[in-house]
Ligand binder design. Structure first.
Ligand code: 1PR
Length: 524
């Protein structure tokens, strides 16, 4: 019997699904006395270090949990569940951790490194543990901006290290207490196997591993909307036009396609509810059901976008963007993606010269962590004769001339699925969203969407070099070489495609085999 310590923030649905799939029984810790009565505690800490500690105190869990851990009783912490074992974190100065392991958790600080550390990386095993199960070519899913560092005082706790800039502690353990910085429930079959071993606790002899490298991620994107008959389908546009002979293109059922991409090796799955800008997403129960059913079968990160903003329904009830996002997280999303509302927010910030404090980005990042907030940008090229023609925008020289031979362009943000252009450029949008607390950029291109002619490298480079958070290149992939091209020409952390995967023109495995052949690190 596994007892889950869930204090109600973020996506623990996937962890529940993973534990149940492995055949264990699961119960929730609801009261302080449940802690000392537990046989095995699973603690998937969520949110910031400070909010996690605050919740433990509020619920009366802090002291019994310390007692449980000091008595060396069976425990597995995940992510913040690892960091909480330390004395404190630079993320929340002045807030004490559980203090089981000496040392502090610190922010990644290597210059030039994108933060969060997000994606698939390896582990280097230091001490015998179930982690020795993981082979040198297997990778696990990480997403965090703070990390514990190996120090003399905690050396006897460190089970594994991972390299990102410098080595950090990716797993700890002593006696029957263990914790991992990565998410086993989001790490595909390797993660499920590992979770099973931790829960069964076999003894294995460690083989010290080599340097680890963060993999470039390959993401499958499913644009979802209702067709004219009212069924939710995966569709795909050409430059955002999803209709063919008047009908919405139907490329399959969302859950079936997501499962297929998981089995074929996608590192993440993104759902974009593309017409949610005009409907209220919480009224869209079929979409929430898609997410729930997908998270029962897909054990890699799930992102959902579309319609994340404040909303007042027909009866005058107001819903905050945080409430909308909470429903998505509770239904199985690991990250939410914000499109149109990010544009509105940045316009307000620029108009008033500072943060709004109550934007969806700020609220959701504060509650669920920066890594949970993706900004989806839908830009379109606007050609100009020189920077002086658009003095308020980030104008770049372009090797792809405009219709009148223009050699300069800027990238105009659009809202409502490309239907409306705004007086804001994508570079500025990305920069301001990072300042507001976004953790990742999903960078589409209306010009390239569905064309199969390759990613817009100039756009991607312009945005990538303006921010320090990870960027996902999207739109235009037609061949495996387009993926190696974008990773060679820019520093993006991930590349996303839709049409070529839906139409089975290029399998995900072929993309990865090609990248591996080019010496680019990918997850097997
Ligand atoms: O504005 O917060 O409600 O979010 C709406 C979301 O829906 C945005 O993320 C926006 O990008 C997306 N969206 C809206 N309309 C469309 C459309 O296609 N008509 N889809 C749309 C955007 C673009 C990509 C696509 C890549 C790769 N889809 O995600 O998957 O371009 O395609 P390819 O590999 O076939 O070239 P809000």
């Amino acid at each position: 019997m596994i007892s889950l310590l869930d204090y109600g923030a973020g996506n623990v649905r996937s962890l529940r699904n993973a534990v149940l799939k492995l055949g264990y029984e699961l119960q929730d810790i609801r009261a302080p006395e449940d802690i000392l009565a537990a046989e095995f505690i699973l603690f998937p800490g969520v949110g910031s270090f400070g909010s996690a500690m605050q919740r433990l105190h509020q619920m009366g869990f802090f002291a019994p949990l310390q007692e449980y851990l000091r008595a060396d009783r069976p425990f597995l912490g995940i992510c913040i569940g690892l960091q909480a074992l330390f004395e404190g974190s630079d993320e929340s100065p002045g807030v004490a951790g559980l203090g089981i392991i000496p040392g502090r958790v610190r922010r990644f600080d290597t210059p030039g490194l994108s933060v969060p550390h997000m994606g698939w990386n390896g582990i280097r095993v230091k001490h015998p543990s179930p982690l020795s199960e993981i082979t040198a070519d297997e990778k696990l899913y990480f997403v965090h901006s703070y990390r514990a560092v190996p120090e003399v005082v905690n050396a006897d706790w460190v089970l594994a290290e991972t390299d990102y800039g410098a080595p950090f502690v990716s797993a700890v353990g002593r006696g029957r207490v263990a914790a991992v910085q990565f998410h086993p429930e989001k790490s595909g079959l390797a993660g499920l196997r590992l979770l099973d071993h931790f829960l069964r606790r076999p003894g294995v002899v460690a083989q010290p591993g080599a340097t680890t490298r963060l993999a470039k991620r390959i993401i499958a994107c499913l644009d979802v909307r209702a067709n004219d008959a009212g069924d939710l389908v995966v569709t795909k546009g050409d430059q955002y036009d999803v209709r063919e002979a008047g009908e919405v293109r139907n490329l399959g059922k969302p859950v079936d396609l997501a499962r297929r991409y998981y089995e074929e090796g996608a590192d993440e799955i993104t759902f974009l509810n593309i017409t949610a800008f005009r409907d209220f997403p919480l009224a869209d129960q079929p979409m929430l059901e898609v997410l729930r059913r997908t998270s029962e079968q897909v054990f890699v990160p799930l992102t959902i976008g579309g319609g994340i903003r404040a909303f007042t329904d027909g009866e005058g009830r107001h819903y905050s963007a945080l409430e909308v996002a909470a429903e998505y997280f509770a239904s199985g999303a690991d990250k939410i993606s914000i499109g149109s509302d990010a544009v509105t927010t940045v316009e307000q910030v620029l108009a008033q010269g500072g943060r709004t404090g109550d934007s969806a980005i700020e609220q959701i990042a504060h509650r669920y962590g920066n890594q949970a907030v993706v900004i989806s940008i839908d830009p379109r090229r606007v050609y100009v004769t020189g920077p002086e023609e658009a003095p308020r925008h980030q104008v770049i020289p372009t090797a792809i001339p405009g219709p009148r031979g223009e050699a300069w362009c800027w990238f105009q943000c659009t809202v409502k699925g490309g239907r409306e252009g705004r007086d804001l450029d994508a570079v500025t949008l990305a920069r301001v969203c990072e300042q507001l607390g976004a953790g990742e950029i999903l960078l589409n291109s209306i010009d390239r969407d569905g064309t199969g002619i390759g990613f817009d490298l100039e756009l991607i480079q312009a945005v990538r070099s303006a921010v320090t958070i990870p960027v996902i290149a999207s739109s235009g992939a037609g061949r495996v070489e387009h993926f190696s091209e974008v990773f060679a020409a820019t520093e993006v952390e991930a590349a996303l495609a839709a049409g070529i995967f839906h139409r089975r023109e290029v399998p995900i495995a072929a993309v990865k085999a090609h990248l591996r052949g080019c010496g680019i690190e990918v997850r097997s």
